[in-house]
Write a protein that binds this ligand. Sequence first.
Ligand code: DGY
Length: 324
Amino acid sequence: MASSVLITRQPLGRALEIIAKAASLDLWDSDMPMPRSELLARAAAVDGLYCMLNDRIDRELLLAAPRLRVVSTMAVGVDNIDLAACTKRGVPVGHTPGVLTEATADLAMALLLAAARRIGEGIEHVRSGMWGEFQPDLLLGRDVHSSTIGIVGPGRIGSAVARRASGFGASVLYTGPTAKPMLEQQLGAQRRDLSGLLSEADHVVLTAALVPETHHLIDAPALRLMKPSATLVNVARGPLVDTAALCEALRLGRIAAAGLDVTDPEPLPTGHPLLAMPNCVLTPHLGSASLRTRTEMAEMAARNLVLGLNGEPLEACANPAVYA
Ligand code: DGY
């Protein structure tokens, strides 16, 4: 019997072409995510699943998909996937590390600059017709150049942010489970524990993966350690930050500003307090959203899927224990 795959969102580039050479396709061709009931029903008949970061791949899904031999997500983050359950079932999980590193680091810097230099407020000022004569004290922000930038989670993306920070003439601090000798040698980066980083950094950039240990890593006590002039940037996953605590910190001026590409909940519902805060710059999960990067992700995910269907090792596997 020929393989068949479920694709939960129209992918970019040559992804469909790559998959179609190996399997028959069941494509959810809509701008909205696949409803859970639909996902469970259609997964029943497929050997491979090409999914997005908002599809939950858990035990229930695996039970509903007895033929499933490979899951491939068009993302580097795999917090939506129960890796242990997939490993137990012998299902390799493909993801897309590497190809989105630089684009995501670019967006982190864009958010940092926008939040620290109050670009969002500036745009609003101009658009609302408030732009008058030059004012020496109008919308004064905080410098990014020559500042101290703290990276929480110096993996691929965090290291790429560190390189950019260094290019801005900033000093780099980082915190993470392992030392990064390359960052230390090449950029003069210094390792701190989380508390040390939060209290020393002028700007804090979150690039850590969401795992149980990083859930609400930035909570009310953590925010209290930050400087009142500090900026918090999150390009990783929303639940790294306790949103209620962040709202409070921004409202009370415990920190100066935030730049968020990811939130919890995501998307933010209409009327959410963060939407009304002038010192919060928000983008809708655009970290990897350049045409080239998203196309590369889509095609890499397609290759992972086909390799999995063929029983070959994936180009990037999030649960290598499946091969043990
Ligand atoms: C990922 O890949 O995990 C990002 O969040 C989307 O690019």
